[in-house]
Design a protein around this ligand. Structure first.
Ligand code: SF4
Ligand code: MSK
Length: 641
């Protein structure tokens, strides 16, 4: 009897990914606990927490509200609506802080690189031009480095602003109509750090007693996330590392190598993962000298997305596969930075020869080797980490190695610039025209951004795959980011072959016309991988461009967003930003708001009258697909198409 015994049914209800199921069986044999085991031990999960009805905001608590009787108020008198609204705002604050702190690091890296202090060549020349143009920075007669430095200082000035003016980065990015709408609602953010501080204060014991006022702050924090986290983050990272363009790679645990040193990059910060990729290539000979066939870097979570998008590095797995990668026994080193890294990886790594390196001051793990990266020291630190991997390769226990064979072709790199570049092969003057013409003609029914995570409460990848299959069969174009993109990659949705398999007839014809014109020799993949979590801003840019082309508001477009398997606070803050943009946003995991009828009604209904967007909660992916298709059809009718 093994300590963590599971039945075959359990593996099947945990994941639809055959590689993941194989590793769960191996974990079971080897008595290695995984997140699914810990989930079982958490059951039943707390009903008060599930409904958002538990408050710990002061030391008189915790207070709980009974939705079916007494007590109806906490010790201070806070009721269900207030407690749920406060908790939701704190969740969004967690997500927004994560994104803005990530972006702040990227800005510091760009600044240091532009000053010649950090060893990062600034690769995104075209992005320097476009970002400088929107910020009103003169480029004539200046070097790229000088302009990049001005851009970095402008970004920092938003974080350092003490004026009452709204965030500059937001103001220069969005359309006039959106800006004015948010101005009227009183939700335009100023300095992002100040907004986070103020909203945290607002949720403290005995400050804001108005659930509606708290929800307005939630919308404001959604904008902080959107423009000081996602948009600024993507703009800065594209300047540093280049604008992604279509690139072919592979996905799933089968990308790990039997005879090469395997390094996994995991987390979110490309300034770390890019350096690991660079030095893995440069030190390949050292690995060969020690008997390996070379060095293989693969990615997990959004670090994986970042280096796929720009370097074609394969994806090893999404959030729920992070432990499973180590359980292959073939990962020599996992380099982690921030966000979505389960602390459990240390326990799992201790069962194998795998070394773990942490790299940031805020993301440390007891038992890991801490190699603190700074922009200035990145080359030295990356070499140190890669050499650790080479040394660990020799310690692999062959008896413990089992690499699943499963992997699929996966294309990444679909930035807005790459998409419009492909469309410009059909109409150089007016690249969006072919897409819009096909939407008007009904060949493309609409578009949906399917984004977000895995969540152990949902069978891994299942909701995502079921939902996307139905959307594609109904000729809806799908774009993806984050761990959802990993999920779709594993089952062939990011490959041209996937278009033939999954796209409706009309959509396939459009994908084929664009793909052939762009020189791919076949259709575009039916799902376009637009990048990491911060790269959701690319979807916002695309929506903004489509709305401007059509002369309508984003809320009027036949589009939607969906996060079928969200888990992280960041997914909630991204979703809130999408709702402020005017996008109907489906979530496939029930957020902890049902304890408040008021909050539930505002988010799923009333907010539509304010921003044009709303949340749509549906756990069944088939129902969700129908709900999204109905929404798209309603929007089409309203446009008269
Ligand atoms: Fe209880 Fe109010 Fe304190 Fe929350 S803030 S723990 S509801 S007394
Ligand atoms: S990594 S936030 S599990 S998408 Fe961006 Fe994946 Fe969600 Fe983390």
């Amino acid at each position: 009897m093994t300590k963590y015994s599971r039945t075959a049914d359990r593996f099947n209800s945990s994941t639809i990914d055959p590689a993941a199921a194989e590793m769960l069986e191996k974990a079971n044999r080897e008595n290695v606990p995984t997140t699914w085991d810990r989930f079982e031990k958490q059951k039943p999960q707390c009903g008060f927490g599930d409904l958002g009805l538990c408050c710990r905001n002061c030391l008189q608590g915790p207070c709980r509200i009974n939705p079916f009787g007494e007590p109806k108020e906490g010790i201070c008198g806070a009721d269900a609506d207030l407690i749920v609204a406060r908790n939701l705002l704190r969740t969004i604050l967690g997500g927004t802080s994560s994104h803005t702190d990530h972006t702040y690091s990227a800005i510091q890296c760009l600044k240091s690189a532009a000053e010649g202090k950090a060893p990062y060549p600034i690769k995104g020349t075209d992005k320097i031009k476009s970002v400088a143009a929107k910020l009103g920075i003169e480029t004539e007669g200046k070097s790229d480095g000088d302009v990049a430095l001005e851009i970095a200082l402008t970004a920092l000035s938003d974080f350092g602003s003490y004026s009452e003016e709204p965030m500059k980065w937001l103001k220069v990015t969005v359309s006039r109509d959106l800006f004015e709408k948010w101005e009227k609602l009183g939700i335009l953010p100023k300095n992002p750090d100040r907004e986070i501080r103020t909203a945290m204060h607002q949720t403290a014991m005995g400050v804001d007693g108005s659930p509606v006022n708290l929800l307005l702050s939630a919308l404001k924090l959604g904008l902080v996330d959107g423009y000081a986290g996602l948009q600024m983050g993507t703009d800065i990272q594209d300047i540093l590392f280049g604008i992604p363009s279509p690139v072919k790679s592979e996905a799933n645990l089968g990308v790990l190598s039997h005879d090469k040193v395997n390094i996994i990059v995991h987390g979110h910060m490309p300034e770390i993962s890019e350096k690991i990729v660079e030095w893995a290539r440069k030190l390949e000979n050292e690995a060969i000298e020690t008997g390996a066939a070379g060095i293989n870097v693969a990615g997990i979570c959004c670090s994986g997305n970042e280096v796929l998008m720009r370097q074609g590095i394969p994806l090893a797995g999404n959030y729920l596969s992070q432990e499973l990668a180590i359980i292959t026994g073939a990962v020599d080193l996992m380099v982690v930075d921030v966000q979505c890294i389960m602390p459990s990886i240390m326990k799992v790594a201790s069962c194998y020869h795998t070394k773990v390196v942490t790299t940031t001051p805020v993301g440390q793990l007891p038992g890991a080797q801490h190699i603190p990266f700074t922009p200035e020291s990145a080359d030295i630190k990356a070499q140190e980490a890669v050499r650790m991997a080479i040394a660990a390769f020799g310690k692999r226990g062959p008896a413990k190695v089992q690499i699943p064979v499963h992997k699929s072709e996966a294309w990444g790199g679909f930035s807005v610039e790459a998409i419009t570049g492909a469309l410009s092969m059909l109409d150089a003057q007016n690249p969006l025209k072919p897409l819009v013409d096909n939407i008007v003609a009904g060949n493309v029914l609409g578009a949906v951004g399917v984004v977000g995570c895995n969540n152990v409460k949902v069978t891994q990848d299942q909701s995502t795959i079921e939902l996307v299959k139905e959307l594609l069969a109904n000729n809806v174009l799908v774009v993806a980011t984050g761990c959802t993109a990993h999920a779709l990659a594993k089952y062939g949705f990011l490959s041209p072959e996937g278009a033939k398999k999954y796209a409706g007839e009309k959509l396939l014809a459009v994908l084929t016309a664009v793909g052939e014109a762009a020189g791919l020799g076949g259709p575009l993949p039916p799902v376009l991988h637009m990048g990491s979590c911060v790269d959701n801003s690319r979807i916002g840019d695309l929506l903004g461009a489509l709305a401007a082309y059509l002369g309508v508001a984003i809320k009027d477009l036949p589009v939607a967003a969906s996060a079928p398997e969200l888990q992280h606070e960041k997914a909630v803050s991204i979703g809130t930003w999408a709702v402020t943009l005017g996008v109907m946003t489906h979530v496939g995991v029930v957020p902890p708001i049902l304890g408040s009828p008021l909050v539930s009604k505002v988010l799923t209904n009333d907010v539509e009258g304010m921003t044009g967007g709303k949340f749509y909660v549906e756990t069944d992916p088939h129902q969700a697909a129908q709900g999204i298709l109905n929404h798209i059809r309603i929007k089409r009718r309203a446009l008269g198409i």
